[in-house]
Ligand binder design. Structure first.
Ligand code: HEM
Length: 418
C-alpha cells in the first residue's frame, strides 16, 4: 500500500517527514472509517502556523467544500496550510488559485481561451517534437553515463519547455525559470530549498521569479503583440484597467509553478507506477490507446498534490461536523482518491479503471486550468518514450520529496535501451 503500518492516533500527517516513505494511506483509510473530518494540530514552533486544521478525507466532502467558495474561501488565508506573512499572502491573492468569486471569475475568463481543449489540441505536434528532442538527449546521456535520473534528465524538460513556449520566454531563460519553480514548490525539502523548515519557505524563489516576470512584461510592452500568454495577459483588463506589474508577476509565478512540477511529477510517478506494475506497462506498450485511461489512473494513484487549503468565512459544517468561522480546512486529495465508497479496490493500480473520478485536478470553481494541457503532455510523452525505448529498467530506489504538499519524486534512476 506504500506506507508502513502506523498508529492513526499518534501519526502526524502534517509533518513533511511523514511522507518521505510514501503517503500515509493506512492512516487515511482508518480515519475515513472513524473520523473522516478530523482536527489535526500544527506545530507552534517557527513562524505563524496557527493551531491546526480540519482534514477532510472523504471524496464526497472534498467535492462539497470545493463547490462552496463563499463559505470555504481560497482567498482569506491562501491555499497552503501555513499562515503566510502579509506580503506573501497579498502576492498569493493575485493568483487565480487564491481568488474568490466574483474576482476569480473575471480573471479566469481572461486566460481560459488559451487553455480550451481545441486550442490545446493544436499544440500536439509541437509537444511531440519537444518530446522527441528530450528522448534524443536522454539517449545521449544514457550512452554517456550508463543511466539517467528520469526526474531531472527526462521528465522535467517537457513542462519547462511547454510553459516557456506558452509564455513566450526567451529559450536561454528556461533553465533559470525552471530552477526557481522547483525551489518555489520544493519548499520543505532541504535538498531542494536551503530555507526548508521556515513557515514561508520558498517565498524567496517566488519573489525572484515575480521580479523576472516584471522585467519580462516591461520588455514585452515595447514589442508587437504576439500569440502567447504574455500578450494575452498584458492585453487583458482587470477591473476595467490593464494588469499592473505586481498582478502580472503573481499570475506568472502561479502559471509557471503550477504547470512545471505537477506535470513533471505526473510523468515521473507515472513511469514509477508502470515499473512497479510491469504487466500493465506491457499492456500499454502493446496498445497505446490505453494511455489516456492509464494517465488518469496515474493521476489518481500518485496525485501530484496532496492537498489545498480553504478557510471558513462563517460557522458551518462538513459531513455533520461543526466548523467555526475562520478555521483552516485541508482538502486531502490523497485520501479522497483512495475513498472506498467511490473507487473499487482503491489501493490497486489499474489502468483500465472506469469511471475514474479522481480529484487530482481539484473540482468546481478552481478546477485546474491546465488539465487538458497536462493530459496531452502525458499522452504524447509516454507515446514517444515507449516508442523510443523498448526496455526501461529501474537502477536504484526512487527518492521522494520531503513534503506534505507535493507528492513527488526527486530522483528515479533508470537505464533506457532501445
Ligand atoms: C498533472 C499536472 C497538474 C496537476 C495535478 C494540477 C493540479 C491542480 C489543482 C489540484 C488545482 C486546484 C484545484 C482546486 O483548488 O480546486 C489546480 C489549479 C490550477 N492549475 Fe493545475 N495542475 C496540473 C497542471 C497544470 C498546468 C500544466 C497548468 C498551466 C500551464 C496549470 C495551471 C493551473 C491554474 C492556473 C490553476 C488555478 C485555477 C483556478 O483557480 O481557477 N496546472 N491545478
Amino acid at each position: 500500500m506504500g506506507a508502513p503500518s502506523t498508529d492513526t492516533n499518534n501519526f502526524d500527517f502534517y509533518d513533511p517527514d511523514g511522507y518521505v516513505e510514501g503517503p500515509p494511506h493506512e492512516v487515511f483509510e482508518q480515519l475515513r472509517a472513524s473520523e473522516p473530518v478530523v482536527w489535526h494540530p500544527m506545530p507552534t514552533d517557527g513562524e505563524h502556523r496557527g493551531d491546526g486544521y480540519w482534514a477532510v478525507l472523504r471524496h464526497h466532502d472534498v467535492v462539497e467544500v470545493s463547490k462552496h467558495p463563499k463559505v470555504f474561501s481560497a482567498e482569506l488565508g491562501g491555499v497552503v496550510l501555513e499562515d503566510l506573512d502579509p506580503s506573501s499572502l497579498a502576492a498569493m491573492r493575485n493568483m487565480l488559485l487564491a481568488m474568490d468569486p466574483p474576482r476569480h471569475i473575471d480573471h479566469r475568463r481572461n486566460v481560459s481561451p488559451k487553455f480550451r481543449v481545441r486550442v490545446i489540441a493544436a499544440m500536439e505536434e509541437r509537444i511531440r517534437q519537444i518530446c522527441r528532442e528530450i528522448m534524443d538527449r536522454a539517449a545521449a546521456l544514457q550512452a554517456e553515463r550508463g543511466e539517467v535520473d528520469f526526474v531531472h534528465d527526462v521528465a522535467a524538460h517537457l513542462p519547462a519547455q511547454v510553459i516557456g513556449e506558452l509564455m513566450g520566454l526567451p529559450v536561454e531563460d528556461w533553465p533559470r525559470i525552471h530552477a526557481l519553480a522547483e525551489r518555489n514548490s520544493g519548499g520543505q525539502d532541504p535538498d531542494i530549498n536551503p530555507d526548508a523548515g521556515e513557515a514561508n519557505s520558498g517565498s524567496s524563489a517566488s519573489i525572484e521569479m515575480a521580479m523576472y516576470a516584471i522585467e519580462h512584461a516591461n520588455r514585452r510592452r515595447q514589442e508587437p503583440v504576439r500569440d502567447d500568454l504574455t500578450s494575452l495577459l498584458l492585453e487583458s483588463e482587470v477591473d476595467g484597467r490593464p494588469m499592473n506589474d505586481v498582478e502580472f508577476g503573481s499570475f506568472f509565478v502561479q502559471l509557471v509553478t503550477a504547470g512545471n512540477d505537477t506535470t513533471r511529477t505526473m510523468l515521473s510517478s507515472g513511469l514509477h507506477a508502470f515499473l512497479d506494475h510491469p504487466e500493465q506497462m506491457a499492456a500499454v506498450r502493446a496498445d497505446l490507446t490505453l494511455l489516456p485511461g492509464a494517465i488518469e489512473e496515474v493521476l489518481r494513484w500518485a496525485n501530484p498534490l496532496h492537498y489545498f487549503r480553504r478557510t471558513t468565512t462563517e460557522a458551518t459544517e462538513i459531513g455533520g461536523v461543526a466548523i467555526a468561522a475562520g478555521q483552516k480546512v485541508g482538502l486531502m486529495y490523497t485520501s479522497a482518491n483512495r475513498d472506498e465508497e467511490v473507487f473499487e479496490d482503491p489501493h490497486r493500480f489499474d489502468i483500465t479503471r472506469d469511471p475514474n473520478p479522481h480529484l487530482s485536478f481539484g473540482v468546481a470553481q478552481h478546477f485546474c486550468l491546465g488539465a487538458h494541457l497536462a493530459r496531452l503532455e502525458g499522452r504524447v510523452f509516454f507515446e514517444e518514450l515507449f516508442g523510443r525505448f523498448g526496455a526501461i529498467e529501474q537502477r536504484g530506489p526512487a527518492l521522494r520529496q520531503r513534503s506534505n504538499l507535493n507528492n513527488s519524486l526527486k530522483a528515479l534512476p533508470v537505464a533506457l535501451s532501445s
